[in-house]
Design a protein around this ligand. Sequence first.
Ligand SMILES: Nc1ncnc2c1ncn2[C@@H]1O[C@H](COP(=O)(O)OP(=O)(O)OP(=O)(O)O)[C@@H](O)[C@H]1O
Ligand SMILES: [Mg+2]
Length: 307
Amino acid sequence: MSKVVLEVEKLAKTFRKPFTGKKVDAVRGVSFQVRAGEIFGFLGPNGAGKTTTIKMLTGLIAPTSGKASLLGTPVPSPDAMGRVGFLPENPYVYPYLTPREFVSMCGRLNGVGGRGYFAKVEKVIARVGMSEAIDRSVQNLSKGMLQRVGLAAALIHEPELLILDEPMSGLDPVGRKEVRDLILDERDAGRTVFFSSHILSDVEMLCDRVCILKKGEVVVAGTMNELLGAGGRRAEVALRDVPAELKRALEKLGHVTKELGKALAVEVDGDDRVKEVLELALAQGAHIEHVTPKRETLEDIFVRRAL
Ligand SMILES: Nc1ncnc2c1ncn2[C@@H]1O[C@H](COP(=O)(O)OP(=O)(O)OP(=O)(O)O)[C@@H](O)[C@H]1O
Ligand SMILES: [Mg+2]
């Protein structure tokens, strides 16, 4: 198994609201590991604690309890951060600089420079699709364009590990595809990518492993195969002429998804349950319309477990 490059152990953060002093438990004992070469998706509804966790990982705020490490060193770790590319949730880009100047400055702050640096800056800006605006003032860029500049700044020093807080936010569909491709290219180049997102279809396409937070706690964690692979065992059985008694029995066996008069569809987990539904239906005189295997999507899991 490849080595652990990011680790969070029972990490917790309690904020105190200004004025009222009321406590907010933003993150409550979160643990997970990210391994080298993985694309790891960090998910959860608004306010679940994703950004707070990322801020603790990157040393922007201190945890209330628990610990975290980046590239084998405990956080906060300025050394490790030099090998990490970080895209904050709302990247702050100095308004009076051009993308070329800003990205160039970020690289230099991370010790990059020397021969060929000019071309390198241009190349990374081209990778995020910003070549045409390379010399425009950052002040006049759109939200999606700022996001791209932030991404270029995160990539300029060729970091081993990328930590991206909502890299696709504010991007149009083409921009999202470009960022997905960029993340895949980074992984293919041997890097590790940890990112938070609300766009579950993107996560499903990209990630090897995900972790879903709800109210500061991990509610789902696992590889994509573990989470979705077993989904083939879920099936929808559609029936006609369902007597009331059968309907009550079906509600106990599964989840009734559609109902129209005496016709209904029920979703059940596992082959045994499908068999049970079919036997009951036949015994009670209902007609079977169809049985359709259902592949669960990440969105189904998210809606079921995180909301
Ligand atoms: N500085 C702060 N002071 C007080 N409460 C805070 C602070 N920062 C975050 N919170 C609270 O912590 C909780 C988690 O916020 P966080 O920004 O981590 O969520 P998130 O998962 O990133 O959400 P989103 O998907 O909207 O970006 C929220 O209830 C938020 O109001
Ligand atoms: Mg956030």
